[in-house]
Design a protein around this ligand. Structure first.
Ligand code: NAD
Length: 304
């Protein structure tokens, strides 16, 4: 029987915990939010008293937390993971994080005789619910192979991309693209509305043409046209991811022209206090500037 402890039961981690329980995996949980702990305990998860307690009872430990600073606190803080891990344990770090920090964490763990992989995810809350996330893994091949059966309960495309930190690298790069496509599609559709075109028809064209992306194909029909901006992935987290991508480019001394323009737009929305809203609120932000609204409209057919 596979046993895994999860730390962080938010929009992503909570859905992963539920999915693992549904797949018959024994799940342990820890979160600062006691209500979240109780919710998953009522579905069959075992509540842990601390990260150390969780690590002492579960061979596999997943962290899926807002940022690396919290991951570090969970590792080295009082009753942190370091106090409960053992040489058989495998830490699976699924937070979207800073690759250089992840490499430092790996060094620290290695020196103490412990193992980790970084395995951030992509796909949003819907794919987390369905167990169809993309998972990009950095680490030793043997550790990747060991974690794969467990990860296949929550993900569909599980790809080993390199050494520890490589997963976090490609995750930031993916979101750099995703942030830009959502913003540019927002600008295009908002401009089209201003020019008198219907959003639904524009999206039908784009989604069968070269402008198609996950943003146009999934986010626009499901969240923008329906005006359903329910929180799944916050704007705060998207800004964090862009910051990571920007700092990676800075370290490598390369410019990022397109992504810098996109980043400024995201930061503008963020600076206006929109950080805790879903990231798709960036489209509303563009709408405000253009003075339009992008929504599905009924078209009367001739004769109706
Ligand atoms: P979230 O804010 O919804 O959840 C974070 C959880 O961590 C919360 O339940 C919070 O109580 C808990 N937490 C915070 N500090 C803690 C601490 N010190 N000890 C224990 N628990 C603590 O965030 P999320 O959307 O679930 O994202 C988690 C990670 O996954 C982030 O790094 C994010 O970038 C990444 N991610 C999210 C999505 C998404 O669609 N939401 C998609 C891909 C990747």
């Amino acid at each position: 029987m596979m046993r895994v402890g999860i730390i962080g039961l938010g929009n992503m981690g909570g859905r992963m915990a539920k999915r693992l329980l549904e797949q018959g995996v024994e799940v342990g949980v820890f979160d600062l939010n006691k209500e979240f702990m109780r919710t998953y305990a009522s579905l069959g998860a075992e509540e842990a008293e601390s990260p150390a307690d969780l690590a002492s009872k579960f061979q596999y430990v997943i962290t899926v937390l807002p940022n690396v600073y919290i991951v570090k606190e969970i590792l080295i803080g009082e009753d942190g993971l370091m106090k409960g891990l053992n040489p058989n344990s495998l830490l699976i770090e699924m937070t979207t994080s800073i690759p250089s920090e992840t490499k430092e964490i790996n060094k620290m763990l290695k020196n103490a005789g412990f193992r980790m992989i970084d395995a951030p995810v992509s796909g949003g809350v819907k794919k987390a619910e369905d167990g169809t996330l993309s998972i990009m893994v950095g680490g030793e091949v043997s550790d990747f192979e060991e974690a794969k059966p467990l990860l296949s309960n929550i993900g569909q495309n599980i790809i080993h991309v390199g050494e520890v930190g490589a997963g976090h690298t490609i995750k930031a790069l993916n979101n750099m693209i995703s942030a830009a496509t959502l913003a540019v599609t927002g600008e295009a559709i908002a401009l089209g509305v201003k020019l008198g075109l219907e959003p639904t028809k524009m999206l039908s064209v784009i989604n069968s043409s070269t402008g198609k992306s996950f943003s146009s194909d999934f986010k626009f029909p499901n969240q923008v046209l329906t005006r359903n901006f329910e929180v799944g992935f916050t704007l705060d987290l998207m800004v964090k991811d862009l910051k990571i991508a920007m700092s990676m480019a800075e370290e490598e001394k390369v410019p990022l022209f397109i992504s810098s323009a996109s980043f400024q737009l995201w930061k503008q929305a963020w600076s206006q206090g929109k950080g805790s809203q879903d990231h798709t609120t960036i489209v509303k932000h563009i709408e405000e500037m253009f003075n339009v609204e992008i929504k599905a409209e009924m078209t009367l057919l001739p004769g109706e």
